[in-house]
Design a protein around this ligand. Structure first.
Ligand SMILES: Cc1cc2nc3c(=O)[nH]c(=O)nc-3n(C[C@H](O)[C@H](O)[C@H](O)COP(=O)(O)OP(=O)(O)OC[C@H]3O[C@@H](n4cnc5c(N)ncnc54)[C@H](O)[C@@H]3O)c2cc1C
Length: 126
């Protein structure tokens, strides 16, 4: 948000950092944005606090999961070399497809214990 301008979708960085899925989130943000704009206009378009409630809605939608997804994306994609790309592909080949979809798109990171297990499996896979 900037003043009374709300950005949504890719312009607001609302693409899932790890899986790159952006359409669903852009649509969700669009619906949230439309709701607060409706209310803002209904109340005379002067109370910008109403617009700020969009931030609250968005934060409660992404929760902590999005941050974890971002941190994992940084680990996976930053300074990606051919060797590391091959390692990730080898690792993913050993994971059940359902688990990959869960991590990439549903933010099911299996808790801290699960992440340690995942890291160990990654170590074994490379
Ligand atoms: C290769 C690729 C594959 C992807 N695959 C998936 C996928 O499988 N599933 C998924 O959920 N997401 C996927 N995404 C991400 C998804 O495409 C985006 O997150 C989503 O389209 C964002 O929607 P948006 O409306 O914010 O932006 P966009 O869809 O980019 O829409 C922005 C629009 O604004 C227009 N525009 C830009 N500047 C101006 C201007 N100055 N004046 C007027 N118009 C302007 C652009 O032409 C564009 O039409 C993929 C992205 C890429 C690049």
């Amino acid at each position: 948000m900037y003043g009374n301008i709300i950005t949504i979708g890719d312009a607001a960085g609302q693409c899932n950092p790890l899986g790159g899925e952006g359409i669903r989130h852009a649509l969700t943000a669009g619906r949230m944005c439309a709701k607060v704009c409706d209310k803002y206009i209904e109340k005379g378009a002067s109370d910008t606090d109403i617009l700020f409630s969009y931030n609250k809605f968005w934060k409660s939608y992404i929760k902590r999961k999005w941050k974890t997804s971002y941190e994992l994306a940084e680990l996976a994609y930053n300074n990606m070399s051919d060797v590391n790309a091959d390692r990730i592909v080898r690792f993913c080949k050993r994971m059940p497809k359902r688990a990959i979809v869960d991590v990439l798109f549903y933010y099911r990171f299996f808790g801290i214990g699960g992440m340690v297990g995942l890291a160990k499996r990654f170590g074994k896979a490379i």
